[in-house]
Design a protein around this ligand. Sequence first.
Ligand code: SF4
Length: 344
Amino acid sequence: MSLPAPLFGMTADGFASAVDGLPGGRERALRVYRDAWRALGLPDGLEACWRDAVDAAVPAPAEVHTEDGPAGTTAKCRLRLADGSTIEMVSIPVAGGQSSTLCVSTQVGCRQACAFCETGRQGLHRQLTPAEIAGQWVAARRLGWQPRNLVFMGMGEPLDNTENLIAALQALTDPRGPDLARERFTVCTAGLPAGLERLAALGWRRLGLSISLNAADDATRDRLMPRNRQTPLAALQAALAAYPKRRNFALGVNWCLLPGINDSRADVRRLAAFCAPLGRVMVNVIPYNPGRQPLTRAPEACEVERFIGWLQEEGLPVRCRRPRGRSIMAACGQLGGPSAPPGS
Ligand code: SF4
């Protein structure tokens, strides 16, 4: 007997083929698919043969922690998977709390071992399936969260799980399912050229892309992001320059600001040189959130302002991601550890 079809990780067509032969045929399958996405679970009254043939499981909320701030409430949810593994997703308020961005995980753990990241200390346990990735949106909606945008910036490196990421994106954007617009998604990567090429081949120009750069000289980036030893900055720059961009696309360049490590005037000059051939960029400055084994301290507000001023002198558009969720270990680089900050 074949395994039940994982509905929330499939397109409507894929689902209809997987349940071929059930009563009602393709038309019924498409209706079940649409109704399940609307109801965030299998519709009531489905016959046993359908229930046996469909797996509508999504990651199950185990704990939710919230932090109220001037911009709204940040919430982190630890989710339990069918095999007992746990992952985390975070809801980040935007527009004064009117809507939110959902930060989604793509792997249990991560093998990239970035020095500033809690998840990187775990190593990779396993890849998330398409249903476990897309199912985080379902789980968030079931919690009453109303995510407007989704960023693949939770636990894991999305382009180390590219096929399952793409399958999840195809499910979430399926017009016969949730029908989310492509521009609502941003893939955030440490920079894996094979994954970038695969994403480019999709031809989804409206998909957002951001690169976790953090250093624009190889010695510092080797230390912060060991992946850089396989793909040094020149190769990464070439892969990003080749990535097809739409007219109003801006490549996100994320810079976790680490005092004494990557916050000098010279760092900004190198960053500007790195970005020069990449077309429009938006530098996202993320003040470092110390985890359990801090690399350095969090930057002072005046240090962040000084760094932003230097970026502006270089003509780089810049946004600063004010720290949110630090008290619940939900801020960038803090996922996968305990939910209380060190020392609390
Ligand atoms: S920052 Fe991202 S890519 Fe690096 S170890 Fe953490 S989860 Fe992995």
